[in-house]
Design a protein around this ligand. Structure first.
Ligand code: PEP
Length: 251
């Protein structure tokens, strides 16, 4: 999208301990990478690592995010993490509504919407995930599902600064499968149209990431598609060399 700075975001999921922080140092120590020059980059890490990850890249162009937050500010929610806690630990972003949260924890569009508001209230950028299942795609329902998820998951206050949309076809996550370039183009165009219709100029500039089996070998093609403003990368974000290679698509 013209005038939109790309974002490549990693998602470590439930992977990583202290020694994994070495990968972050490798990323920031790579000379002449696109990160900070042509693109923004972010790694979302398990809650246990947010503080140490943020410390280990302090002053660098690489940002650190959380993978989920609770919708409430505080209270009796054993085991949950608030957006303010992530912010306090050094995060700048948080993923909300990842398909694994929707599946594993029954998160609905309304819950995702509330989490995005909580993220903003804490000063975090919300990365709101949407995407169709394999059955929905086979039924030809993709664009309808996307429209419903967009309407339900994105709060009214969304701007280009506080919100990133990630289109992640559920069947493409962690499978090695990706949609065709034409299918990605079609979905991203429909998301752009919906955002522009609802949010005007802000919607025209909101980043729309593609996620689902992005790897070094397909990054150039996927990231070159119209209205693809970056990637959300799971498996290939665990190793600095792969993450850096994906970022190189912008060089
Ligand atoms: C993800 O978890 O958001 C994701 C896209 O995973 P992967 O890149 O492994 O498919």
């Amino acid at each position: 999208t013209p005038d939109v700075r790309p974002l490549v975001a990693g998602n470590w999921k439930m992977n990583g301990t202290g020694e994994s922080l070495d990968e972050l140092r490798i990323i920031v120590n790579r000379p002449n990478s696109a990160i900070g020059e042509k693109i923004d980059a972010l790694i979302c890490v398990p809650a246990t690592l947010v503080f140490r990850a943020a410390q280990s890249v302090e002053g660098e162009a690489l940002h650190i995010g959380g993978e989920d937050c609770h919708a409430k500010k505080s209270g009796a929610h054993t085991g949950d993490i608030s957006a303010a806690m992530l912010k306090d630990a050094g995060a700048s972003h948080v993923i909300v509504g990842h398909s694994e949260r929707r599946t594993d924890h029954g998160e609905t569009d309304a819950m995702v919407n509330a989490k995005a508001v909580a993220a903003w209230d804490a000063g975090l950028v919300a990365i709101i995930c949407i995407g169709e299942t394999e059955a929905q795609r086979k039924a030809g329902a993709t664009l309808d599902i996307i429209a419903t998820q967009l309407a339900g998951s994105i709060p009214d206050g969304a701007t280009a600064a506080n919100t990133v949309i990630a289109y992640e076809p559920v069947w493409a996550i962690g499978t090695g499968l990706t949609p065709t370039a034409e299918d990605v183009r079609e979905v991203h165009a429909s998301i752009r149209a919906a955002l522009a219709a609802r949010f005007g100029g802000q919607g025209a500039r909101q980043r729309i990431l593609y996620g689902g089996s992005v790897k070094p070998s397909n990054a150039v093609e996927l990231l070159g598609i119209e209205n693809v403003d970056g990637a959300l990368v799971g498996g290939a974000s665990l190793k600095a060399v792969d993450f850096l290679a994906i970022c190189e698509a912008y060089h």
